[in-house]
Design a protein around this ligand. Structure first.
Ligand code: GDP
Ligand code: IMO
Ligand code: MG
Length: 431
């Protein structure tokens, strides 16, 4: 039996939450390994919607262990608020089923403020971040001045660590003419909530080691998507973490061989929130239709998501970069009403055909998609659970997509509901 890593193969919001929840019936443990509450993962179970930001999507099932790994950046207030919100829907969250890494880095109010200050002064060159403080918190982590979960243990500790990190932040704030950040109230506020976080904290690497020895099945839940990866995405219009599958090992503290199957979640079309290049973007009525049918509004910020055709070139690229073994194709039903469907199979750049997205933003903006046309199926696929029951044109679209991206379609999702999913190949049982 495999451990499986689930990652987004596009610009996020591919439906990772739905697929992780669906697959978690087979897993014992679900672990988040990067990102923070910039993520918004939606689960729909018997008509009830759960929106998760930091909690792993296994939390809603009984007898599963949910772990927030060291690679995640945690806003402790956002996490406590989310725990309460999910508890209010009848989900049990205890020290038995929620474990938080003692070495995860904290997002503090001055990180959020720095994110906002930078976005506000950037004008046209803003990234369009979620303004949650993700970037500044990861910067402090690699800058070795961050505050971690374990630092919540003592006032003295917090005082010393905050002194160091605020020296850095206040120098920038002063330079930008912003009010300096005072540490005393923050220390008090952190000490107030510390016990609620610390009761869940453990050395996660040790727990993962133990669970693996006991043959427990682990589902690693990625956030964002490969095109938002800080190394491999459309830099600088990316997030501040590595979203590729290999970062699951670093983000929880285990070897890469613990990940036996990488499942890339892939929308049957493309969306993006925030700024940055998007070769197949549609600014016409079809783009609008995809947005309306797909309910493409951000889970975290409620921003309208930009919509476009499926970009085979990009997905094939992200499959290679992150070692995706198979994909879960989501939101097929959103295409049900289209007479004609397009898939990008190459780009044109300066009069030449190319088969990959170049690394420079200037070129990424210039590339023109080359499309292959497909006939729409003009029938409802919503809720279909068997591949044979799909209309022939939908099967043709999926088969051709699979050939082009050079990875197997291992499942197809046909609605937001947990069980409206076609299983073709079980990631826990295939290699
Ligand atoms: P994530 O960030 O990758 O977990 O994705 P989000 O939850 O942010 O966005 C995906 C949205 O699509 C959510 O509203 C899901 O409920 C919805 N969704 C997921 N799968 C399907 C599907 O197959 N069909 C439809 N119509 N909606 C889906
Ligand atoms: P899930 O896990 C879609 C985008 C933001 C912005 C860029 C940087 O739900 O798929 P950040 O706040 O991370 O510094 O913003 O990344 N972004 C996402 N887009 N889904 C997400 O997460 C995202 N998380 C960040 O919109 O363009
Ligand atoms: Mg999302």
């Amino acid at each position: 039996m495999n451990n499986v890593a689930v990652i987004g193969s596009q610009w996020g919001d591919e439906g990772k939450g739905k697929i992780v929840d669906w697959l978690s019936s087979e897993a014992d443990v679900v672990v988040r390994f990067q990102g923070g509450h910039n993520a918004g993962h939606t689960l729909v179970i018997n008509g009830v919607t759960y929106k998760l930001r930091l909690l792993p999507s296994g939390i809603v099932r009984e007898n599963k262990i949910s772990i927030i790994g060291n690679g995640v950046v945690i806003d402790p207030w956002a996490l406590l608020e989310e725990i309460e919100e999910i508890r209010s829907k009848g989900v049990k969250i205890t020290t038995e089923n929620l474990i938080i890494s003692e070495s995860a880095n904290l997002i503090l109010p001055f990180h959020k403020e720095m994110d906002e200050i930078r976005e506000d002064i950037a004008g046209k060159s803003k990234i369009g971040t979620t303004r949650r403080g993700i970037g500044p918190a990861y910067e402090d982590k690699v800058g070795r001045r961050s505050i971690r979960v374990m630092d919540l243990i003592s006032k003295k500790n917090l005082d010393q660590r905050l002194e160091t990190v605020l020296m850095h932040h206040n120098a920038i704030r002063k330079g930008l003419g912003k009010k300096l950040f005072e540490k005393n109230k923050l220390i008090k506020d952190l000490l107030d909530i510390a016990p609620k976080i610390l009761i869940h904290s453990q050395p996660v690497w040790k727990r993962i080691d133990q669970l693996t020895k006991n043959k427990k099945k682990i589902l690693f839940e990625g956030a964002q998507g490969i095109l938002l990866d800080v190394d491999h995405g459309t830099y600088p219009f990316v997030t501040s973490s590595n979203t590729v599958a290999s970062s699951a090992a670093t983000g929880v503290g285990c070897g890469p061989q613990k990940i036996n199957y990488v499942l890339g979640i892939t929308k049957a079309y493309t969306t993006r929130v925030g700024e940055g290049p998007f070769p197949t973007e549609l600014s016409d009525s079809i783009g609008e239709e995809l947005g309306i049918r797909g309910k493409e509004f951000g889970t975290v910020t409620s921003r309208k998501r930009r919509c476009g055709w499926f970009d085979g070139v990009l997905v094939r690229q992200t499959i290679k970069i992150s070692g995706i073994n198979g994909i879960a194709l989501t939101k097929l039903d959103v295409l049900d009403t289209l007479k004609e469907i397009k898939m990008c199979i190459a780009y044109e750049l300066n009069g030449k055909k190319i088969d990959y997205l170049p690394a420079s933003v200037e070129d990424q903006i210039k590339v023109k998609p080359v499309y292959r046309l497909f006939k729409g199926w003009l029938k409802s696929t919503r809720g279909i659970k068997k591949f044979e029951e799909l209309p022939q044109n939908a099967k043709d679209y999926i088969n051709e997509l699979e050939k082009f991206i050079e990875a197997k379609v291992s499942s197809v999702s046909t609605s937001p509901e947990r069980n409206d999913t076609i299983l073709i190949q079980d990631p826990f049982k295939s290699n």
